[in-house]
Design a protein around this ligand. Structure first.
Ligand SMILES: NC(=O)C1=CN([C@@H]2O[C@H](COP(=O)(O)OP(=O)(O)OC[C@H]3O[C@@H](n4cnc5c(N)ncnc54)[C@H](O)[C@@H]3O)[C@@H](O)[C@H]2O)C=CC1
Ligand SMILES: O=C(O)[C@@H]1CCC=N1
Length: 271
C-alpha cells in the first residue's frame, strides 16, 4: 500500500499555511504528503503548487498516513468527518492526530480517535512565512515523543508554547484570531493617514512598517509596552494627544473585549 508520513485533512487557508512551510523547510518532502480536500479547484491548486498527493477521500488520508495526520477543516464539519472515519480508525494504525480546529476539545477528538495520540493545537496564519505562534495541548494518549514531533513541526512555522487545554480557547481568541485584529489596525492607521492627507500607498507603507517595526523593537529589546509608549510620548506633544483620543474611543477596551468575545466563540464552537 502507498504510504505517506504527513496527511492533511482540509486544504484551506490554515492547512495550506502549514503545508507550504513544512514542504519549503523540508520537514516533509512533497512525496511524503497527502492532502484530502473536496473542492476540485483547491485539489488542482495544491497538487500543482506543492506537488503533493491529493484526494477527495479523508479515509484514504487516514489509512495511508504513518506519522502525523493534521485536521484543518472547519469545526462545523468535524462530527461528519469523525463519522466518516469511524470504520478506518482502529488500534492497528496509530498515527499522531493533530487538530488545529478552534474549539473542538481533546475529549471530542479522543472520542473520534479512540486511544490514539491526539494533540490540540492553535497556530495562526503568519505560520505561512515562519512567523507563526502556536499553542499545543497534549491528549491522554500522547507521550513525550508525540509532543516532540508537534513541537518540531510547529517550530518550523514559528514559535511554540505548551498550555493546558483549559487555556486553548483563550489562545484562539488572542493569537489564533489576532492576525485579523492587527490587519484591521494596519488598515485603519492607513485610513487615518489618508484622512490626514497622505496618498494611500504612502499611508499604507507608513502604517505597516510602524506596526512591524514596533513589534520587532518590543521583541528584540524586551521593553515593556508601557515603557515604549512613554518613550514615544513627548510632554504636551502629538502622541499623548493621539493616545487621549484612543482612550476616549475605547481602544484598549475594544481589544480586550475582542479577545474575550473570540474566546467565548471558540468555547461555543466546541459544543
Ligand atoms: N484561518 C486561520 O487563521 C486559522 C484557522 N484555524 C482553524 O483551521 C481550520 C480551518 O480553517 P480555515 O483554513 O480558515 O478554513 P478554510 O475554509 O479555508 O479551510 C477548510 C478547508 O476544508 C475543506 N473541507 C470542507 N469540508 C471538508 C471535508 N468534509 N473533508 C475535508 N476537507 C473539507 C474546505 O474545502 C476548505 O478548503 C478551522 O477549524 C479553524 O478553526 C486555526 C488557526 C488559525
Ligand atoms: O476564525 C476562526 O474561527 C479561526 C480560528 C482562529 C483563526 N481563525
Amino acid at each position: 500500500m502507498t504510504t505517506h508520513k504527513f496527511g492533511l485533512i482540509g486544504g484551506g487557508v490554515m492547512g495550506e499555511a502549514l503545508l507550504s512551510r513544512l514542504v519549503a523547510r523540508s520537514i516533509y518532502h512533497s512525496s511524503e504528503v497527502i492532502v484530502s480536500e473536496p473542492q476540485p479547484t483547491r485539489q488542482k491548486f495544491l497538487a500543482h503548487q506543492y506537488n503533493v498527493a491529493v484526494t477527495g477521500d479523508n479515509r484514504v488520508v487516514f489509512s495511508q498516513t504513518t506519522e502525523v495526520i493534521c485536521l484543518a477543516v472547519k469545526p462545523q464539519v468535524f462530527s461528519a468527518i469523525a463519522q466518516e472515519l469511524a470504520d478506518v480508525v482502529d488500534k492497528g494504525h496509530s498515527p499522531l492526530v493533530i487538530s488545529v480546529l478552534a474549539g473542538v476539545t481533546l475529549s471530542k477528538l479522543e472520542a473520534a480517535f479512540p486511544q490514539l495520540p491526539v494533540i490540540r493545537a492553535m497556530p495562526n496564519t503568519p505560520a505561512t512565512i515562519g512567523a507563526g505562534m502556536t499553542a499545543i495541548a497534549p491528549g491522554a494518549y500522547t507521550h513525550s515523543k508525540h509532543l516532540e514531533t508537534a513541537r518540531q513541526l510547529f517550530s518550523a512555522v514559528g514559535e511554540v508554547v505548551e498550555v493546558p487545554e483549559s487555556l486553548m480557547d483563550a489562545v484562539t481568541g488572542l493569537s489564533g484570531s489576532g492576525p485579523a485584529y492587527v490587519a484591521l489596525m494596519v488598515e485603519a492607521l492607513a485610513d487615518g493617514g489618508v484622512a490626514a492627507g497622505l496618498p494611500r500607498a504612502i499611508a499604507y507603507q507608513l502604517a505597516l512598517q510602524t506596526v512591524l517595526g514596533t513589534a520587532q523593537l518590543l521583541h528584540e529589546t524586551k521593553l515593556h509596552p508601557a515603557e515604549l509608549k512613554d518613550r514615544v510620548t513627548s510632554p504636551g506633544g502629538t502622541t499623548i494627544t493621539g493616545i487621549a483620543q484612543l482612550e476616549r474611543s475605547g481602544f484598549r477596551s475594544a481589544l480586550i473585549e475582542a479577545v474575550k468575545a473570540a474566546t467565548i466563540r471558540s468555547q461555543e464552537l466546541g459544543k
